[in-house]
Each structure stands twice: as structure tokens, then as C-alpha cells.
Write a protein that binds this ligand. Structure first.
Ligand SMILES: *[C@@H]1O[C@H](CO)[C@@H](O)[C@H](O)[C@H]1NC(C)=O
Length: 297
């Protein structure tokens, strides 16, 4: 009798555990410098077509679970040719039609939106393409989702750029407030921002959305670089994590999903050409997460 009870408990537990209540995944954000070479060579050695194929091959090899790409414009087909992630966004096109934002993932998603910035500043070529951000509701498991945002903020550093970026961050904060109420969120992409530059609305964005920066939490022991000081700009490739680039990852959990960044690192060494040259003028950034459903789920 006792044994039978134990067995039926075991069976009940087994069926409960079919939908996972905890898990882990890794993400990568990478600006792949895919503007046409004649428009911007990006100081990257090698030809862009070959480099794009290598980037795709590395994505397949290293198997990050979610990869946000920026500037994935005119060499997009070469990246997708060698990448093998089962879920991938359809490109919105090369210059001047697309936003350069794409995502490849090991998980499916239910919703996908491309949102164009309301403001761009003409001087850095930001209005040449419809830059903006994307939204997707990533399905980690049955009934377990995270709202994922990929973005490419306005570039440049004159006052019009700064105004455009402020507007970009406010637009995104408003969108998140409207569309991701009470949801776990990950925002990753090319922010065109460093903490050391004078305020451009990003600190306000973090406050307003409740997002945290795992680079600050895990690498800098919780203390973000001060505004106004000289930035510790990264060399490319970089061998250290304490230097700062404009490519960033932010996240928050929710009352039903406890989300925690467990590691954060530049992924320079795994995205190089055979001779050690870089594949892009940006450094790929990777973060590992664990998630757990809370009892209020
Ligand atoms: C992230 O997790 C993967 C798989 O477990 C591991 O190979 C990788 O080293 C981790 N990344 C970091 C930066 O710790």
C-alpha cells in the first residue's frame, strides 16, 4: 500500500515536471557591420561577404540560444547561409529599406514587431535607414515567456544626436510600459551610449523600466562608470571585461519569473578570423541567464 502511494506520487510529480519550472539560456548581441562596404568599410579587414559567412558559422558553432544582430543589412544572406538556428526573423532588407535588426534563436516566439524610431538625426546617416527596435515574446517553455527587445539607437555625438537618442530611449520606455506590463524583459543591442557620456536619457530609461545592467552588477560590482569621466574604451578584440562599449544587455524578472544574469562577457575571442583579425568593428557581448517560476506563477 505504502509503495503504491509512493509510486503514484512519483507519477504525479513526473507529469508535473513535463513543463519545466526552471532553466537557463545564453544570449549574444552583435553589431555585424553589414552596411555596404562602399558606404562604410568599418575598418574591418577582409571582405564583408566572407566575414558575414564566418559570423554565421560562429553563431552555429557556439550555439547561443538567442542572438540579436544589428547592422545586419547587405550581407544578411551570407550570415543566414552558415548559421543554423531553428528560429530566425525574416530580414527587413538592406540599405535603405531595412533596420538591420534580426534575431536568430533556439526558441520560438509568438509576437514580433518592428518599431521605427520617431526621431533620427540627419547628420550621422541615421535617417538613411529606418532604424529602431524589435519586440518579440520568446517562448522558453510552455507558458513561460520573456519579452525580448533588440535595438540600434541613433549614432553620433552632436546635440542633434543626443536629442534623437533621448527620444529613442523614451520611446522604448513608453513601449515597454505599454506592452510588457508585469513581464520579464531583456533589452539588448547597440545603444550608442556609454555611462561616461553626459546624460542621454539611458539612466532614466533604466529607472523607468526597472531594468538592470549585468555588466555593472557582475563585472563592476554594482557601480556604473560615472558620468563625465573618461571612458575605458575597449580595444577590439578585447581580452578584458571591465572596458566599456556601446553594446549592452539589460534585464528584469517579473513576479512570476525570477530571471537572473549569471555571467556576462565580451565574446571577442570566439568571433575572429583565422589570423586573429576581427569580423566587425563592434565586440559581441554575451550573457547567461537562469530562470525560475515563482510560487505566484
Ligand atoms: C554561458 O553558458 C555556456 C553554456 O553553459 C558556457 O559555455 C559559457 O562559458 C557561459 N558564458 C560565460 C560568459 O560564462
Amino acid at each position: 500500500m505504502f509503495l503504491r502511494t509512493v509510486l503514484s506520487w512519483a507519477a504525479a510529480l513526473a507529469s508535473l515536471s513535463e513543463a519545466a519550472t526552471t532553466g537557463s539560456f545564453s544570449i549574444l548581441t552583435f553589431n555585424v557591420a553589414g552596411l555596404p562596404a562602399w558606404l562604410n568599410p568599418n575598418d574591418t579587414p577582409g571582405d564583408k561577404e566572407t566575414n558575414a559567412k564566418k559570423i554565421g558559422a560562429r553563431l552555429a558553432e557556439h550555439g547561443h540560444d538567442v542572438v540579436h544582430l544589428q547592422e545586419d543589412f547587405n550581407y544578411h544572406t551570407h550570415i543566414y547561409e552558415t548559421d543554423n538556428h531553428p528560429h530566425r526573423t525574416a530580414t527587413s532588407g538592406g540599405v535603405p529599406f531595412g533596420s538591420g535588426l534580426n534575431t536568430v534563436a533556439n526558441y520560438p516566439w509568438t509576437d514580433f514587431e518592428r518599431i521605427k524610431w520617431d526621431d533620427c538625426s540627419l547628420n550621422s546617416g541615421d535617417c538613411l535607414t529606418p532604424k529602431g527596435f524589435t519586440f518579440m515574446r520568446l517562448q522558453l517553455d510552455e507558458g513561460v515567456s520573456i519579452d525580448m527587445y533588440n535595438l540600434h539607437a541613433d549614432a553620433g555625438s552632436d546635440s542633434r544626436d543626443i536629442d534623437a537618442r533621448k527620444s529613442n530611449f523614451q520611446q522604448m520606455a513608453d513601449y515597454i510600459a505599454e506592452n510588457s506590463v508585469n513581464n520579464a524583459v531583456i533589452v539588448a543591442g547597440d545603444m550608442n551610449f556609454r555611462y561616461t557620456t553626459t546624460d542621454e536619457g539611458l539612466r532614466g530609461f533604466l529607472d523607468q523600466t526597472g531594468l538592470r545592467d549585468p555588466w555593472v552588477d557582475l563585472v563592476l560590482n554594482g557601480v556604473a562608470p560615472e558620468e563625465g569621466i573618461e571612458a575605458t574604451v575597449c580595444e577590439n578584440p578585447t581580452t578584458i571585461n571591465t572596458c566599456e562599449t556601446v553594446d549592452k544587455v539589460f534585464y528584469r524578472g517579473s513576479t512570476s519569473i525570477q530571471l537572473e544574469a549569471t555571467s556576462w562577457s565580451y565574446d571577442s575571442s570566439r568571433f575572429l578570423q583565422a589570423n586573429g583579425d576581427t569580423l566587425s568593428d563592434h565586440i559581441p557581448v554575451t550573457t547567461n541567464f537562469t530562470w525560475k517560476l515563482t510560487s505566484s506563477y
